[in-house]
Design a protein around this ligand. Structure first.
Ligand SMILES: NC(=O)c1ccc[n+]([C@@H]2O[C@H](COP(=O)([O-])OP(=O)(O)OC[C@H]3O[C@@H](n4cnc5c(N)ncnc54)[C@H](OP(=O)(O)O)[C@@H]3O)[C@@H](O)[C@H]2O)c1
Length: 256
């Protein structure tokens, strides 16, 4: 029996991970802020798939609340086999137009929380000789367009480093790099997605299925969608100068 902990489980990509993991029979621990949504999802998944679901309401911008989740991950008597660090959000405005407190909150959720939770999970998994961590970064992590991209860039580099550190102990770390995906993300950030061409949009269902297939193949980087599989290798080798000044960045640049 496998137990998976998913952060940001109440919507979008995290909810889809929870549904697909439940469908394959994993027990779940769901983490997010919205207690009513967590409770409703627990009931649906337990009733539909006969699995057991725990919920941990937590604001991952708050270090003390992150610690409660980390403590659960480190519990030796109730092992967690899979951690999905997925919770996240974006800021619509450019860096200097946001209160610095908003920037700090985003950094805490996108970087500090996955680092703290990966530390707790990877330590326990290494002791047991197996386990998997999926860190949800972004194609934006290959760009230089604001602090969201910088945070996702950190997560990609961090995940690749951790993957090497724990590989020999049987622990797998995969970093998922989604492109534009239909979820609540853009609406929450008040970002209008109209300028984004239709072919660039991914569906969360297919994205999560692709990622779980890549995890089964023990890949370190998962880039779902043929369009992004073509774009990402080019972004990786493109000179920084072009990424800063090129048209691709203009599309992703936060509103001024
Ligand atoms: N959608 C895209 O185009 C896209 C592209 C690339 C990468 N991503 C990444 O994919 C991940 C999931 O995003 P999504 O598109 O699924 O967005 P979403 O539909 O808005 O879902 C975000 C989830 O994160 C949770 N969350 C947000 N702030 C939180 C906090 N402070 N503490 C705990 N949970 C929090 C939300 O739950 P509560 O509100 O209940 O807390 C929700 O469950 C993010 O890391 C995002 O950066 C998204």
């Amino acid at each position: 029996m496998t137990t998976a902990l998913v952060t940001g489980a109440t919507a979008g990509i995290g909810k889809t991970f929870s549904e697909q993991l439940a469908q394959r029979g994993d027990d779940l621990i769901l983490v997010a802020r919205d207690e009513a949504r967590l409770g409703a999802l627990k009931t649906t998944l337990e009733d539909s798939y006969g699995i057991s679901v725990e919920v941990i309401p937590a604001d991952l911008a708050d270090r003390a609340q992150v610690q409660r989740v980390a403590d659960r991950l480190a519990e030796a008597s109730r092992p967690v086999d899979l951690l999905v660090n997925n919770a996240g959000f974006g800021l619509r405005k450019a860096f200097l137009r946001n209160p610095v407190e908003d920037e700090e909150r985003m950094l805490a959720v996108l970087v500090q929380a996955p680092v703290v939770l990966s530390h707790a999970a990877a330590g326990a998994m290494r002791e047991r000789g197996h386990g998997t961590i999926i860190n949800v970064a972004s194609v934006a992590g290959h760009l230089t367009s604001g602090t969201y991209a910088a945070a996702k860039s950190y997560l990609i580099a961090f995940s690749q480093g951790l993957a090497s550190e724990v590989e020999s102990s049987g622990v797998l770390v995969t970093v998922l790099c989604p492109g534009f995906t239909r979820t609540e993300f853009h609406e929450r950030a008040e970002i209008k997605g109209e300028a984004i061409p239709k072919f660039m949009w991914l569906q969360a269902d297919a994205l999560v299925r692709d990622c779980l297939r890549d995890v089964a193949r023990r890949k370190t980087i998962s880039v779902p969608g043929a369009q992004y599989k073509a774009i990402v290798p080019l972004l990786r080798i493109a000179p920084r100068r072009l990424l800063r000044n090129g048209k691709i960045v203009a599309k992703h640049r936060p509103n001024k």
